[in-house]
Design a protein around this ligand. Structure first.
Ligand code: AMP
Ligand code: ZN
Ligand code: FE
Ligand code: FE
Length: 279
């Protein structure tokens, strides 16, 4: 039994719709997944309706991934089982997406100043959902023939410290954790192995995060072992997922189910959530 708890759809910067992602996972023999789009919950309803209609034997966990920044570190916080109708969460997500839009505008201006032929209209077209992110800018650059892959565009222009980069709006991990908690969800530190300053991991744990994404395609086996040790020592939930953004070669190297958790860790997550709900 394999459960992929980190999947993106067209609601954020993924390529497949919520329905398509579930169909693909089901056909590939996964037992379940969580949709964790960046800073939006707008893909969850379609997924839930599709599963109800088809009555598939498939576990679906509603989720989110909130992209935060802390002392020049990208820190992504996953939230599972949150109430997608919780007003204060939705209000904050609207603000965050507005700030995302402004950030994208500034990056497009930077690119134009460097003579890249690109406009906000094209970037908006790349985004099928309500959220705009750097991958949409990268896809516009690819469409215009500047790069062959998203990674290449990040490496040359869009990544931290690169010429078109604009720092994220103010949104700290502490606030993301708090919002997820208020919305009745469980917070998990995403891909700790990608954090620039590993010292930040202990600081995020101090903030009261409830789980850690141990299994992740870009974690080495040493990192995986290390995060498992931390999870056990700090009594954190163990999660894992592929960070799937869509099929394809160079552009999307993380395929569906490439990292996952087994039924034991899934049961722990459910049990934790059930106990918490009753409190
Ligand atoms: P943003 O939230 O707009 O800052 O965009 C960051 C997102 O871009 C990440 O969450 C990843 O999903 C995606 N991404 C894709 N390729 C890369 C890359 N090479 N480096 C960093 N982020 C990437
Ligand atoms: Zn993404
Ligand atoms: Fe992430
Ligand atoms: Fe992700």
């Amino acid at each position: 039994m394999k459960y992929d708890l980190h999947v993106h759809t067209t609601a954020s910067d993924g390529v497949l719709s919520p329905t398509e992602v579930i169909q693909k996972a089901y056909r590939a023999g996964l037992s379940g997944l969580a949709i964790t789009d960046h800073d939006t919950v707008s893909g969850l309803q379609e997924a839930q309706e599709f599963l109800r209609k088809e009555s598939l034997d498939f576990t679906f966990i509603p989720g989110i991934e909130m992209n935060t920044e802390w002392d020049e570190n990208e820190i992504h916080i996953l939230g599972y089982f949150l109430d997608p109708l919780y007003g204060p969460l939705l209000d904050r997500l609207v603000e965050i997406r507005q700030m995302r839009y402004q950030r994208a505008q500034k990056m497009v201006q930077n690119l134009q100043a460097m003579n890249y032929q690109i406009g906000m209209e094209q970037v908006k077209k790349m985004a099928e959902g309500e959220m705009i992110g750097r991958p949409h800018i990268a896809r516009a650059l690819i469409e215009n023939g500047y790069f062959r892959s998203i990674d290449e565009a990040f490496l040359k222009l869009l990544g931290r410290g690169k010429p078109a980069f604009v720092p994220r709006y103010k949104f700290l991990p502490a606030e993301a954790i708090q919002l997820i908690k208020e919305a009745g969800g469980v917070s998990v530190l995403a891909h700790p192995g990608l954090i620039r300053d590993p010292g930040k991991i202990a600081e995020v744990i101090q903030l009261g995060i409830e789980g850690i994404e141990v299994y992740y395609p870009q974690h080495s086996s040493e990192q995986t072992d290390y995060f498992l040790t931390i999870a056990r020592r700090e009594n954190l939930l163990i999660t894992g997922g592929s960070d799937f953004h869509g099929p394809g070669g160079e552009e999307n190297r993380n395929h569906l189910g490439m990292a996952s958790i087994d039924a034991i860790n899934l049961r722990r997550l459910y049990k934790y959530y059930d106990v918490k709900k009753k409190e």
